[in-house]
Ligand binder design. Structure first.
Ligand SMILES: [Zn+2]
Ligand SMILES: [Zn+2]
Ligand SMILES: [Zn+2]
Length: 727
């Protein structure tokens, strides 16, 4: 047989005397033989299809060898989406139903279509929704004999020019993505997806994409079974593959990410989840003598997950590494070997070393705000401080893992939604309560949330006039948006400069002091933004300081006008606190700045672009703008983890700011892990018991004191530790 295979270049036929079940038969020399084809390697015996030899690269969708040829390893393919392209199907083609062709740069496409439409019977003046499939076919695939590429040709052209940022942005606006039909979303080419685990190890004979779609907890079971039966495998597979894989999965388990699947795109993880995934890389690497620098690893973590994370970090240290963490969480500070406290306040009032030493001594440090919070602790859990003014009742919430929840959100109270990571807090507040109320109150529902599973039955909203989601997304898109303009303080400041004697002499109005309108006094080289964008072709665009005005946004003449010896650019360099002092006597300006002090943003320079603010800062700036507007519409504010990145002293300030909102008749629902804030809530809603599929249940509701006495509540258990006086 060996010789036959070598002569047959890996293949041979075995002929057996007589008839055998299932085998082809031939007659040779008067007797019957049954023929069985055999081959070595990866060729199919029956149809001769040759499969690629398995090697690691074959199973990587980052490698050209493994990636699905249709979707190039993305698992999804761009498709033309008429819902995006034609936002208003009541418009006709001539009226610009195809929105992408109404922009000046591409309107020639529409002109071409209008020219040839009569010859092909495409009606130009009926609503787009009434066009026949044959018409849509022509619009989509084009008319080659008239040199009209249609939408296909248009998008192919854009695709070839996607190295330009503007084209990429434009494409994203109109394109939708669909699961790749070739690989079914598995991202790999057919030969890779044909390889499965042997049945001795896994009865279901799963392929690599099926394994990647399992939650970490289930995958751990599969792998540990493989380890038990690894006698059937080559010897080194155990050491080089199974053991390291089991360790990695174990790390994910230990940081509380049991419910994640390995194929989840990183960008769909919450920031807390993403940080912990990165942390497992460090844990899995088993490096020693390494210094790890972690920036707020507890952001977005429930108190339970925090204690688990502290254990993980302890392990890193025990293995001979060093860890430096930036952290606000008091339980993490307590667990540290050494605390370095910088302060005493933010921005220009900070930067001094206040304390360095073991956490136990921190409480005795008089200068340290951290220490003060350490020794005094937070206020004890009490009964609700405010009485509810009605309640919003949501029934049958099923978004993501929510298990047909019926939840009541009291109005006029500080309501906190708590629960371990992944328990469904965002699904309930941002993706159910928000869109449901938007619909009930006739506000536009965000398109990505306009699904049945985001909209639940709702009652009790009659006394509300609007709902506002104060999220941590960045404010504005350009360097032109700054705290001073966002709070409309800049209008008053410009008026003040226009009223100076110098301005009157030169005939300047408030317009000269605006960097947003042309023809005034702004620097025309950078258009008043202070920086210029450089197109880097294949790389992301970069910004550099404007060489003309050196980032000051204004031309030389305007800067010669001063108020109390300061130019308008000098004012933009001031922090909120400095400006508040500088504009003494100017009540209109100070009234605009006051909300920024109320939410603890007094250290921000007035001219800092809002795009550079952290998520927490953006959120508080939005709150400040609500506080400053005189609007009296009764509003429900939804906030997602507003304490992220806040020092305990700043949390107090945030609480004051929420108190103000409640005092004037608004309502507030907050997603929060911070025990200090939970303790001060009027009403707590806890989801759980676990994350992902193990979450989505209502565990406890009531005042913090009720939660404290609820045996099932993890939050209650942690609150009770928090409520103990320090040793
Ligand atoms: Zn075959
Ligand atoms: Zn594919
Ligand atoms: Zn400039």
């Amino acid at each position: 047989i060996e010789q036959a295979i070598s002569c047959g270049e890996g293949r041979c036929l075995i002929l057996l005397d007589g008839a055998h079940d299932g085998a082809d038969q031939i007659t040779l020399g008067g007797s019957t033989w049954s023929v069985t084809p055999w081959s070595t390697g990866t060729t199919c015996n029956t149809c001769r299809r040759q499969f690629a030899r398995p090697e690691p690269r074959l199973f990587s969708f980052h490698s050209p060898l493994g990636a699905c040829p249709d979707c190039r390893g993305f698992g999804s393919v761009p498709v033309i989406s008429f819902t995006k392209l034609v936002p208003d199907p009541r418009l006709s083609l001539r009226e610009g139903a195809i929105a992408a062709w109404t922009t000046p740069a591409y309107s020639h496409e529409l002109d071409e279509l209008v020219d040839l439409a009569p010859d092909y019977g495409i009606p130009l003046d009926v609503p787009f929704a009434e066009l026949s499939p044959a018409h849509l076919e022509l619009i989509t695939h084009g008319v080659p004999e008239r040199d009209f590429g249609g939408l296909d040709g248009f998008f192919n052209w854009l695709e070839r020019h996607r190295y330009k940022l503007s084209v990429r942005v434009f494409l994203n606006r109109w394109r939708a993505y669909d699961t790749c039909g070739h690989c079914g979303g598995g991202r790999l080419q057919p030969d890779a997806l044909a390889v499965h685990l042997p049945s001795a190890l896994d009865q279901q004979q799963r392929t690599i994409d099926q394994l990647a779609a399992l939650p970490v907890a289930e995958l751990r079971n599969v792998i540990s079974k493989c380890q038990q039966h690894s006698g059937n495998l080559e010897r080194d597979v155990h050491h080089t593959v199974l053991a390291p894989l089991a360790t990695r999965l174990d790390c994910l388990h230990r940081v509380g990410l049991d419910y994640l699947t390995l194929d989840r795109p990183l960008r769909t993880l919450s920031s807390g989840e993403a940080r912990r995934v990165l942390l497992t890389q460090a844990l899995g690497a088993s490096l020693v003598n390494t210094l790890y620098v972690l920036d707020e690893p507890t952001a977005g973590l429930h108190a339970t997950d925090v204690s688990r994370l502290v254990k993980v970090i302890d392990d890193l240290v025990e293995r001979g590494n060093s860890v430096v963490m930036v952290e606000h969480d008091t339980s993490v500070i307590e667990a540290a070997d050494q605390v370095i406290d910088i302060g005493p306040a933010a921005g220009r009032h900070g930067g001094r070393l206040l304390f360095q030493g073991p956490p136990a001594e921190l409480a005795t440090c008089d200068d340290s705000v951290t220490g003060a919070h350490f020794s005094r602790r937070a206020p004890h859990c009490g009964p609700a401080a405010r009485t509810a003014a009605g309640a919003i009742q949501i029934n049958g919430a099923t978004r993501h893992n929510l298990d047909h929840l019926d939840v009541s959100f009291p109005l006029g109270q500080l309501v906190v939604v708590a629960g371990v990571s992944g328990s469904g807090k965002s699904s309930l507040v941002q993706e159910t309560l928000y869109p449901t109320l938007c619909q009930a109150l006739d506000q536009p529902v965000p398109p990505e949330l306009a699904h049945d599973d985001c909209l639940a039955a709702v009652t009790g909203f009659e006394s509300l006039e609007q709902v506002t989601l104060v999220d941590a997304s960045p404010i504005g898109r350009s360097a032109r948006s700054i705290p001073a303009t966002y709070l409309k303080a800049f209008d008053e400041i410009r008026r003040l400069f226009a009223a100076t004697a110098e301005s009157k002499q030169r005939g300047y109005t408030a317009r000269q002091f605006s960097f947003n309108s042309s023809g005034g006094g702004r620097c025309e080289m950078c258009g008043g933004s202070g920086d210029i964008e450089v197109d880097m072709q294949f790389l992301a665009d970069i910004h550099t300081t404007c060489p003309e005005c050196s980032g000051r946004r204004f031309g030389r003449e305007v800067l010669e006008v001063t108020h109390r010896n300061r130019s308008i650019a000098d004012v933009l360099d001031m922090t909120v606190e400095e400006a508040f002092g500088f504009f003494r006597g100017e009540h209109k300006i100070r009234r605009r700045l006051q909300p920024l002090r109320d939410v603890g943003l007094d250290y921000l320079p007035l001219g800092q672009p809002t795009t550079t603010l952290s998520g927490g800062e953006s959120q508080r700036l939005k709150l400040a703008s609500f506080l400053s507007s005189k609007a009296t519409r009764r509003t429900l504010f939804l906030l997602d983890e507003p304490t992220t990145g806040l020092h305990p002293a700043d949390v107090e300030q945030l609480l004051d700011c929420l108190d103000t909102l409640l005092a004037v008749g608004h309502s507030v629902v907050v997603i929060e892990h911070h025990l200090g804030l939970i303790a001060r809530a009027d009403h707590v809603i806890e989801l759980g018991p676990g994350g992902g599929p193990r979450g989505g249940q209502l565990i406890a509701t009531g005042s913090p004191r009720d939660i404290l006495s609820c045996a099932e509540s993890v939050t209650g258990r942690h609150l009770s530790c928090y409520n103990q006086p320090p040793p």
